[in-house]
Design a protein around this ligand. Structure first.
Ligand SMILES: [Zn+2]
Length: 287
């Protein structure tokens, strides 16, 4: 399990959020079999999503996707309004350098907001390859939301965590308050973010500034894949392609690119999908 704590200050136009994933993060990277810089990068991206979604004002999903980096070919993290989170990463053959800018050189970073209904999807493309993922995300907030924001991220084998501090929208000429809060957050020692309980950390950093803790919400790392979703995928491939797979392999085997869970459709099951689809009128909704 993980937690997301939101906070602001009694007299300062600044808000923030702190996320901490422990056992859930451990289970997640172990399932993916990651280590080294890849694990750190995925951990930071995974911790970043609850921060990005902390003030989400719609029901739906949010995606962070980095694609086409020199060493990191794909990094995806997704969250929904219930703070259900999942993430994955793909690398090219060579070992990934620990340096963020080198690893993602040339990558395109996109943040996608995908409301369930009533609103349009919104995608922001951000230049990747700052000194850290945190810096890339600070640029996203400035460009897309016009909000001065600072982000701190850290991950190791036991914890993935992050802190966000943001100047509140609509307030003018309040740079001093924002500077005061970020200067205190900058006093975080190496490893302190990883080692410290969220409540204690916030108290230690900001108690002198009139910190107000708001809700603490549960964050879960969980995959949305299911046999039904794989079935939908097979239908979208089309009967001809699925028959070709069956001729080749005798059955269709697909594994989830996020969690690695594998799903098997025997020939009869795969054909039954198409028979059922033909019997039903086309669905009016796309989901
Ligand atoms: Zn999955």
């Amino acid at each position: 399990m993980g937690v997301l704590v939101r906070f602001d200050f009694a007299d300062l136009p600044v808000r923030g959020a702190l996320v901490r994933l422990d056992q859930a993060w451990l289970n997640w990277w172990q399932r993916l079999g990651l280590g080294g810089p890849e694990r750190t990068m995925l951990g930071e991206a995974t911790a970043a999503l609850p921060l990005l979604a902390a003030n989400l004002k719609f029901r739906g999903r949010m995606n962070l996707q980095m694609q086409g980096g020199a060493h990191l070919s794909l990094l995806v993290a997704q969250i929904d309004h219930q703070l259900q989170l999942r993430s994955m990463l793909q690398t090219r053959d060579e070992p990934v350098p620990a340096d963020w800018a080198q690893a993602v050189a040339g990558a395109q970073c996109a943040v996608l907001l995908d409301p369930e209904s009533g609103m349009d999807r919104y995608q922001a493309i951000v230049e990747a390859g700052g000194v850290s993922l945190a810096e890339d995300l600070e640029r996203y907030f400035l460009q897309s939301e016009q909000l001065a924001t600072r982000v701190w991220l850290a991950a190791d084998d036991a914890v993935a965590t992050g802190l966000l501090v943001q100047r509140l929208p609509g307030e003018m000429a309040e740079d001093d308050a924002f500077e005061t809060v970020t200067a205190l957050a900058d006093t975080l020692a190496d490893g302190e973010l990883l080692a410290t309980d969220p409540d204690l950390l916030l108290h230690r950093l900001f108690a002198s500034l009139g910190l107000r803790r708001h809700d603490t919400r549960e964050v879960t790392l969980t995959c949305r894949c299911s046999r039904e979703r794989i079935g939908t995928l097979l239908l979208s491939l089309g009967e001809e392609d699925v028959e070709a797979l069956l001729a080749e392999q005798g059955r269709v085997e697909a594994s989830c690119e996020f969690c690695g869970q594998s799903y098997v459709y025997e020939a009869d099951d795969a054909r039954a999908l198409f028979t059922a689809a033909r019997a039903e009128p086309p669905s009016p909704t796309k989901h």
